[in-house]
Each structure stands twice: as C-alpha cells, then as structure tokens.
Design a protein around this ligand. Sequence first.
Ligand SMILES: Cc1ncc(COP(=O)(O)O)c(C=O)c1O
Length: 315
Amino acid sequence: MAINASERIWHNGKLIPWDDAKIHVMSHVVNYGSSVFEGVRCYSTRSGPAIFRANEHTQRLLDSAKIYRMDVEFSRDELVAGMVELIKHNQVWPCYVRPIVLRGYGEVGVNPLNSPIDVYICNYSWGKYLGSDADQGVDVCVSSWTRIAPNTLPAIAKSGANYMNSQLIKMEAIMNGYVEGIALDVNGYVSEGSGENVFLVRNGTIQTAPLGNSVLPGITRDSVLRIARELGIPVVEQMIPREMLYIADEVFFTGTAAEITPVRSIDKISVGKGTTGAITRAIQKEFYAIITGEKEDRFGWLTPVPVKSKQPVSV
Ligand SMILES: Cc1ncc(COP(=O)(O)O)c(C=O)c1O
C-alpha cells in the first residue's frame, strides 16, 4: 500500500517538512536495524479525531527503548502531546501514527552506544491492512518460519529488527496465496502472525498465547482481553498447540493495523463453519462501538485531538 505524504513530521520536538525527514545511509539503524517503533491509529469519532490508547503505545515504545538501552529525551506525556500536535497540524485523520526511535549517524561499528538517538513521529492515512474484504475473514497458513526464540531478539520490544522475521513469514504466506502467516514459537506452540496477535475460541472460551510464547504484548490484544472479561466470556492465556488452530470454533487476529480480523481458514482447513463466529462478532461490535464513539469511552482509551472541523480529512 503506497504511503500518502502528510505535510509535516515531528522530529525531536519540532515539526519539519515531510521531505526533510531524511537519514544518512551510514546511520546505525540502516546497517544494524537499531530502531524501536509503534503503530497507532487515530480514529474519527463522533466528537472528532481521537488517538486509540496513545499512553499505552507510548509506554510500550519507551519500554522497547529501555530494553535496547536507548535513552529517549522525551517523556511519555511529551510524546503523546507530539502526536496530538502533529495530527492537529497536518489535519490528516483518521490516520495511522508511526512514532520511531532510532540510532542515527555516529559510529560505523556494531557498538550502538556512540550513535545519536533520534525520535520521529509520522502520521498518514491508511485503510484496511489485510485487504478490503478482510471483515469476511482471511485465509492464512501456519508459517514454516519460527518466531524469534526467547533470549535472542526480545519479542516484548517492538524493534525494527524483529520485522525481518515478520517479513519472512509474510512473504512466504503471500507467495503461497495466503493473506497472512501464523508463526509457531521455538517449541512449536502458536505464537503470533507477522503483525498480529492470534486468538481462538473453543467451546465458548477464548484462548490466546501468553507473552512467554514470543508474542508482542499487543495493545489490541489487551483491549480484547478486557472487553471479553467485561462481556463475561471466559478467557485464558495459555500455550496453544498448533492443531488447536484446526479444531477451533473461531479464530481471529488482533492488531492496530488488522484491528479485529476473523480468520476463515488455516492451511485450507476451514475455521468452524467458515463464517465469522458469534464471539468474534460480539468483541468486534464492542471494539468498533468504542473507537467510533458510538459507545462511551468507558475504559479511557481515547485521546482527543482538538481540531476546528470534526469532518475526517484523510488525504
Ligand atoms: C508482531 C506483532 N504482533 C502483534 C501486534 C499487535 O500489536 P498491537 O495490537 O499493539 O498493534 C503487532 C502490531 O504491531 C505486531 O507487529
């Protein structure tokens, strides 16, 4: 999906023109993948644009940076304020927001400690991630690639380098005619998609892999767990054998990009009856009611962006 440039990008506290947000080819990040980042959505609610779980995303960004010993000179509140300022300035929403912390142009060796830390925030319009008809359910495979093993690349950190593994999973799936791949962890248990957490429903109980199975602690995952508990649906975070995917009544992906996307088939085995299940629909309904402002923001998940006109202005 091509990117639609917005007018400005937030760089270390200043709004700079989109085309000026350039880095040198010898920057540490280009050579060694030294970045941590976030993917956030700003929705168009009834009362104007609002960023979904801005604090939690920003906290995860700072946590990822801490794991990689990257000192970020901005606080969580300053970064959230930066997102708000940027969306307000660019007047582009609903949109995707991409904060990124990277190691810039300094030393050329592997040692990252002598390269400067740069913080950028971009926002741009972005539609459905897994295809325009993803709401009908997507056809996926179990990947032949294993998710990053514990104590190799930290799965809890959302680092650029982790997405080399994601790219292998995604490319293999696409080449074989699937929309997405589900990776198993190093012990063969269900981990996650290349850019989504995985949930399944079996006999009325929702299951998802615990963080120990090399999954990113997804903000949407957490939102779904909270909605499910509120709806009184039993939820367990437990290790999931691969074959449970084939006999599940329902399977769905969660993620900022994918939102809540039902899975229709896995390795050409139909999930349940091949239509979106009742529990997936119930969770989707609550989730979409909150992000559109149709229902009150009872969890405090939305950060409003003050704008003059409340009409969406995606470019
Ligand atoms: C590998 C991976 N897992 C899970 C997720 C879902 O996380 P979130 O709901 O915070 O977007 C993402 C999306 O960023 C991801 O890239």
